[in-house]
Write a protein that binds this ligand. Structure first.
Ligand code: ADP
Ligand code: ZN
Length: 733
């Protein structure tokens, strides 16, 4: 284990040393440079020449490359930014080695805001010049001068606004010499969370879990799983760990799967600690991104809540990571460096010597295996808070209670909705499919409208008036003639998306207030917050949505949840299909009856006896997980075996197949390693690129990364072919 970042001494390099500098580029490794007359330390941000450019990189260590010293170029300068800590550097090396990504590609994630490496600009404000020179007097100018007297120094824009004049008036006074600008340091962006505010009074189970977490904070590396049903107070419990970390002066990172949709969480945190945490996600503006980056690096931001990329921020003294909804697929990054943020959070905790807390109502099989193996501590919260009962689960057998022709809601579900609205309560219909219909086909010849660039059907979005490819964004208007048989007006929409369900609900219940919540209607944190506010304020009776409505929301008046197609996630059958469907539907179901009013959940299914449906109906989660685990163990699949995917892609199918065949001949064997493929990937064409896939299976003891590295090194990769390695793959498209 490495010493804490703030106490370790980095290797120092006096003037005239040969050093290795890692650049945020997908190169094979660090490049050597000479320090010239600079004294540098590992972790320093420096500029170095590369070709004709100057780039920013990080001093990684002593230079040991093969290039003769006489050929090396010199470091340009050292930036004033906080150096990258030893732990952060070790983390980058670890992630690179594990994912087989070039270290520079991982460094790029840790340097995603290069502008933040420049010193923070001060705040330029305006003050009066003493003595005041004689200037032309106008009523507007007089107002400005009066305002300057009255208020503390303001920026030009703020001063103009306060004085009720245009900015030109203020600028005119600066030019005339009556006002001058000075630069002050910026006030802190983030207030210190207050740990002395009253916490919730915890139940005995909650207290026991919270005490265990508090004891772990400041006590080296450990991993704890809070396993508790939806509404059991997991958040309340890990807030106690956050408070303990704050009290010990450590920074905390809370990873959430969809931070842009987490307004309720932010409000709760703010109520508990009297200050908003720093947020990190893709919706942040550039200025905010820079400021947040610096606040994390200089320690001003004490609690950071973020998406998976927040793992790579330059923490000054990180001492706790919480991964909420640890089972969520959103933690897996698939493009670029493919990594799982939950697993990498554990690595970060181990390298940094601090605790990691995972929370879920439906923990992943991976995490359960670690609990059973004694590597993770289990903290169990069996009950919903304040006596709220778990919702009643009903499966609607669609073979026995089918919807009328051309409709999607069974009479059983329709009746439950009727009762709900009559009682003045709210309902939710869940279907994980955006748009109106997933497939459009010609009634005359059966032709299906497909994306020309992907192995995918075009999805009709009726509100937007188009057919869209959900993979590449290609879109068209609905053609009048079938491109195949030229029949006119012969297209039929097949199957439902949320828009179609909303249409049906509007026909059935013309008087209710309804909202459709999907990533199309609800892009960005503000739109999401507005939806949540409307539902909470009961301005909406029926919420129709995709999985974004399943995310941890707490709606006290929501008592009925209808799952339109419970079988949907079971199609295709990748290794986690059952597990994932169970998790998602449990989470959706968890929205029902979170307060005094009991909830009911209706699962529309053609397979009421499927193990997933049985587990959901009976609430027998552990039995279900145990059976899934047995199946995985028998098949040698993760977490009991190791798995990697190798996806080759490129515009030229012939070239791709040739390369795939050469790889196949050079494939590793022995030691239990099994190579499946090459085969066309299920998504054989994506964004105009052909795709071929290998899957590599190995027993747990095998060095899978080493095996893959050797294999890829044996075959020359042609230009125009991309190889994407995915260790522990989660999607198999
Ligand atoms: P989970 O994260 O397990 O879904 P939450 O922490 O969101 O559960 O708790 C569910 C609801 O119950 C929230 O509104 C929360 O504020 C409330 N709650 C949980 N525990 C307590 C407690 N000990 N005292 C007061 N309210 C609580
Ligand atoms: Zn497409």
């Amino acid at each position: 284990m490495l010493a804490d970042s703030s106490t370790s001494t980095p290797p120092f390099f006096p003037p005239g040393s040969r050093i290795a500098v890692l650049l945020p580029l997908p190169l094979a490794g660090a490049y050597d440079y000479l320090t010239g007359d600079l004294a540098l330390a590992a972790g320093d941000f420096v500029t170095v020449p590369l070709g004709h450019r100057d780039l920013i990189g990080v001093v990684w260590g002593a230079g040991t490359g093969p290039v003769a010293e006489s050929k090396l170029r010199r470091v340009g300068c050292r930036l004033a930014a906080q150096p990258l800590s030893a732990v952060a550097r070790a983390f980058i090396d670890w992630v690179a080695a594990y994912t087989l990504a070039p270290p520079g590609a991982v460094l790029k994630m840790a340097m995603s805001v290069p502008a933040a490496l420049e010193p923070a600009p001060g705040l330029t404000v305006v003050r009066r010049v003493e003595p005041l020179p004689a200037v032309k007097d106008t009523p507007a100018r007089r107002k400005v001068l009066e305002t300057v007297e009255r208020l503390p120094p303001l920026t030009v824009a703020d001063l103009a606004r306060e004085a009720g004049v245009g900015a030109a008036v203020v600028k005119g006074l600066i030019e005339a010499g009556a006002l001058e600008t000075i630069t002050l340091p910026r006030p802190p962006l983030f207030r210190m969370p207050d740990v002395t505010l009253a916490a919730a009074v915890l139940s005995p189970d909650q207290r026991a879990a919270a005490d265990a977490l508090v004891a772990a904070v400041g006590n080296g590396f450990s991993v704890s799983l809070i396993d508790g049903v939806t509404g059991s107070g997991k958040t309340e419990v890990y807030f106690e760990a956050v408070a303990a970390a704050l009290a010990k002066g450590a920074q905390t990172l809370v990873l959430l799967p969809e931070i842009a949709l987490s307004n309720q969480w932010l409000e709760r945190f703010t109520r508990r600690f009297g200050a908003r945490p720093a947020e990190w996600h893709s919706e942040l503006g550039d200025a905010r991104r820079r400021e947040t980056w610096r606040a994390v690096a200089n320690g001003e931001a004490r609690v950071i809540v973020g998406a998976r990329s927040a793992l790579f921020l330059p923490y000054r003294d990180l001492g706790l990571i919480v991964v909420d909804e640890e089972h969520d697929g959103a933690f897996k990054q698939e493009d670029g460096v493919s990594y799982h943020a939950r697993d990498m959070a554990v690595v970060r905790g181990r390298l940094g010597g601090f605790p990691v807390v995972l929370a879920s109502a439906t923990p992943s099989l991976e995490t359960m295996a670690n609990v059973q193996g004694g590597r993770y501590r289990l903290l169990h919260l069996p009950d919903r808070h304040a006596g709220a009962v778990m919702p009643e689960m009903n499966a609607i057998d669609l073979r026995r209670h089918p919807p009328p022709r051309g409709r999607w809601l069974s009479p059983v579900l329709v009746q439950a909705l009727e009762e709900t609205f009559a009682a003045g309560e709210q309902a939710m219909l869940y279907l994980n499919r955006r748009g109106y219909a997933p497939l459009t086909l010609c009634r005359t010849c059966g032709h299906r409208l497909q994306c020309p660039h992907c192995t995918a059907w075009l999805v009709e979005h009726r509100l937007a008036g188009r057919l869209v490819c959900h993979h590449c964004g290609y879109h068209i208007r609905l053609p009048r003639k079938c491109p195949h048989c030229e029949a006119e007006d012969s297209f039929a929409a097949c199957g439902p998306g949320v828009e179609r369900i909303a249409e049906e609900a509007a026909l059935l219940f013309p008087d209710i207030r309804m909202a459709v919540m999907t990533s199309d209607t609800c892009a960005g944190p503000h739109a999401a917050a507005e939806f949540i506010r409307q539902v909470t304020a009961h301005e909406i009776d029926l919420l129709v949505g995709t999985q974004i409505v399943a995310k941890g929301y707490h709606f006290p008046m929501l008592t009925v949840v209808g799952v339109v197609d419970a079988d949907l996630g079971l199609e295709g059958g990748d290794l986690r299909a059952g597990e994932r469907t169970h998790q998602l539907l449990s989470q959706v179901a968890g929205r029902a009856g979170r307060a005094e009013r009991p909830g009911r959940v209706f699962l529309q299914t053609y397979q009421p006896d499927h193990p997933v449906m049985r587990a959901l109906r009976s609430g027998e989660r552990d039995g279900f997980i145990a059976r899934e685990a047995d199946m995985r163990r028998d098949a040698g699949m993760p977490p009991y075996g190791r798995l990697a995917a190798l996806v080759l892609s490129g515009p030229d199918a012939g070239l791709l197949d040739g390369f795939a065949a050469r790889l196949s001949r050079a494939a590793p064997h022995g030691g239990g390693v099994e190579v499946l493929g090459p085969a066309p990937a299920p998504m054989a064409l994506l964004r105009g690129k052909h795709r071929r896939r290998f899957l590599v299976k190995a027993p747990r003891g095998v060095n899978l990364q080493g095996t893959l590295r050797d294999w890829l090194a044996r075959v020359e990769q042609p230009r125009g072919v991309r190889v994407q390695v995915d260790i522990d793959p989660y999607s198999f498209f």
